[in-house]
Design a protein around this ligand. Structure first.
Ligand code: GDP
Ligand code: GDP
Length: 454
């Protein structure tokens, strides 16, 4: 149990590290009716429509993708959060508290036509403790007459009040400039840089048919050297034309030469597999359809998943599969492929050429999923329904709250859930499964990370 606890801690730390790749988050807090939604809409430029509030009905979206000055950030409308606290003052303060812990910067919106209320003052008091930057927007300054009054909001102790009119757009650009200054830089997009032909790793245990397939695909007798002569391609790669498109099969030299290391053959084979997978965007994992799935097959699959590469499973030697074998396979696959139920699958024969033309469409599907991004607004509309129906399990007496999520990255698609507590692996898998049911992502791994700010 000590080890299990340590494992959980290490896992949490790793997930948090990956989750840090999410773009910066700005949370908008304030009393109801001060104009938070209107301001959020204004900042988004109606890129993602905010669902209008109906009194008594919770908003079904809370987070959105925002862009300004060439930078991206996630905009969170905390009005969509349902705090446990009762009473207006307590619940707005609770939202501010969560915003402080979760976001990289907080924007407090005040209704300048009303001035600072007792609730505004209470929330400001909470926010003054924040180590994160806090910005103050004095909203509904539709014309100059109110401008003088906004100066009184300095008394909240949150620095300079930014007068804006969310309704008319007045000075919202200045506010956005100040917001960008307060937010940390966005991280760079992860995943390998791609230009030129898409990169494919052809992997699988020895004798599964890798060389045969490569030969079949590239035309029987063309050698690697011929296919790359005079080009800038690494000599270890092969350019292969499939379905009218050129693909770069990485690290294929060893395949052609058929080197047999007397000792350590398996070690070298596994090293080659790893190198090829790392260099690729998508892996074709060859399995021998005539034989049960082996430990070696699973090791290769695990490498693909851990490297975060798109995946096509090709069941080779299909010419040897008879009726009995086909029946046996069904159960075998259910057990053997639990880690990759999402992989694209094709049944082929490298020997006869059967169905090898199905490989290119499968590769395209897998890569499209690998590159796919769900907009933050859409993601949260879906997520809030899911969480409401099936909340995370209670853990040591506490129920973690999932506040919002963003898809922090592609290649592979990576979700970051912003929560008030760690989510167990089982619940993250549940989210992944539902996410796939709703958004697809066939052929690509999907990561679900958690960012806990406690
Ligand atoms: P929220 O509850 O804080 O999200 O507030 P809403 O965005 O729903 O706005 C509440 C009301 O204030 C709506 O009727 C808006 O049209 C209005 N409102 C928002 N911003 C402005 C503004 O800049 N000027 C004026 N005059 N009204 C505004
Ligand atoms: P590698 O070690 O993965 O590169 O596998 P090879 O391409 O060298 O193939 C190993 C053996 O399997 C060879 O004897 C091939 O002829 C045979 N083989 C490859 N593909 C097929 C196939 O689709 N059907 C059948 N029946 N045999 C195949």
């Amino acid at each position: 149990t000590e080890f299990a606890a340590l494992d959980a801690q290490i896992e949490a730390a790793e997930l948090a590290e990956e989750a840090a790749l999410a773009q910066p988050v700005l949370a908008v807090v304030g009393r109801p009716n001060v104009g938070k939604s209107t301001l959020v809409n204004r900042i988004l430029g109606r890129r993602e429509a905010v669902v209008q509030d109906v009194p008594g009905v919770t908003r079904d979206r809370v987070a959105y993708d925002a862009y300004w000055g060439g930078r991206k950030f996630t905009l969170v409308d905390t009005g969509g959060w349902e705090p446990d606290a009762t009473g207006l003052q307590a619940s707005v303060a609770a939202q501010a508290e969560l915003a402080m812990q979760t976001a990289d910067a907080v924007l407090l919106v005040i209704d300048a036509t009303v001035g600072a209320t007792a609730t505004d003052e209470a929330v400001s008091k909470v926010l003054r403790r924040s180590k994160k930057p806090v910005l103050l927007a004095a909203n509904k300054v539709d014309d100059d007459r109110l401008l003088a009054d906004t100066a009184s909001l300095w008394s909240l102790g949150l620095g300079e009040p930014h007068p804006v009119s969310a309704l008319h757009g007045r000075s919202s650009g200045d506010l956005l400039d100040a917001i960008l200054k307060a937010l940390p830089e966005s991280p760079r997009e992860g995943g390998p840089v791609t230009s030129g032909p898409r990169r494919v790793a052809l992997v699988g245990k020895p004798n599964v048919g890798k060389s045969s397939l490569l030969n079949k695909l590239s035309g029987e007798e063309r050698s690697v050297v011929d296919s790359v002569a005079g080009t800038t391609v690494d000599p270890v790669d092969s350019l292969v034309e499939l379905d009218g498109e050129t693909w770069r099969f990485v690290d294929t030299a060893g395949l052609r030469k058929r080197v047999n290391f007397a000792a350590g053959a398996e070690y070298y084979a596994s090293l080659r597999t790893k190198t090829a997978i790392d260099a690729a965007e998508v892996a074709i994992v060859l399995l021998d359809a005539a034989e049960p799935i082996s430990e070696q097959d699973l090791r290769v699959l695990t490498m693909v998943v851990e490297a975060g590469r798109a995946c096509v499973l090709a069941f080779n030697k299909w010419d040897l599969v008879d009726e009995d074998r086909r029946h046996a396979m069904v159960r075998e696959l259910e057990r053997g492929l639990v880690r990759v139920p999402w992989a694209e699958k094709v049944n082929i024969s490298a020997l006869t050429g059967r169905s090898v033309r199905k490989l290119a469409p499968a590769l395209r599907t897998a890569l499209a999923s690998w590159d796919q991004r769900v907009p933050t607004g859409q993601l949260n509309a879906w997520l809030s329904d899911l969480i409401a129906a099936t909340p995370p399990p209670v853990r040591s007496g506490k129920q973690p709250k999932v506040l919002f999520a963003t898809q922090a990255g592609i290649r592979p698609p990576t979700l970051v859930l912003f929560t008030t507590g760690f989510l167990e692996a089982g619940y993250r898998r549940f989210i992944e499964r539902k996410f796939r049911e709703r958004f697809g992502f066939a052929g690509s791994p999907v990561r679900v990370n958690v960012r806990v700010r406690e």
